[in-house]
Design a protein around this ligand. Structure first.
Ligand code: CA2
Length: 169
């Protein structure tokens, strides 16, 4: 027997314009360098590779829409987070180095009230001490780190399930 979720996913496969859930994926400073330097820490995939997989097959599999943005500027990230409430249902964010410094990014996430999941490619807890503390993790549902680009996919999956459950679907 088909559940309501099955039916919705089938409708979305036929008519992708019907997708109602929209997730914003944000990446912070220097993450545009992915795949070009430090492959031992951050891997060989570029940010464009990761984003196109999230927007394409990952979003399709989950029946949602995904928009990806990257910025090296704290204020721009704060603005994007601040205006995300009306348009998006959730946030996946790798704040990069702002994780460890930015009360402004933390306050912006907290103020949106959107469910958010923090992602780090590297295991920040295995690295320098200053990377062990995150200003942003306490205002997120959770943190995924150390799993490379897979972390973004798992975060999206978790967020979509969280929103469906919260909305009683
Ligand atoms: O592991 C992560 O995803 C980080 O958020 C990456 C940040 C770092 O400051 C955080 O502690 C952990 C750095 C992003 C810089 O990305 C680069 C990628 C390739 C080459 C150089 C930097």
């Amino acid at each position: 027997m088909l559940t309501e979720v099955d039916v919705r996913l089938m409708c979305q496969a036929v008519n992708p314009g019907n997708r109602s859930m929209k997730i914003l994926v944000l990446n912070g400073p220097n993450l545009q360098l992915l795949g070009t330097r430090e492959p031992g820490i951050y891997g060989r995939e570029t940010l464009a590779d990761i984003e196109s997989r999230l927007r394409g097959p990952v979003a399709d599999g989950l029946g949602v829409r995904v928009e990806c943005r990257q910025s090296n500027h704290e204020g721009e990230l704060v603005d994007w987070i601040g205006s995300s409430g009306g348009e998006f249902d959730g946030l996946v964010i790798n704040p990069g180095a702002y994780t460890h410094t930015s009360v402004a990014v933390r306050d912006a996430i907290s103020a949106t009230g959107l469910p958010a999941i923090e992602v780090h490619l590297s295991n920040i807890h295995q690295r320098e001490e200053f990377r062990h503390h995150s200003y942003t993790a306490p205002v997120c549902l959770g943190q995924i780190c150390g799993l490379g680009p897979l972390g973004y996919e798992l975060a999206l999956q978790a967020l979509v399930r969280y929103v469906h459950t919260r909305n009683g679907k």
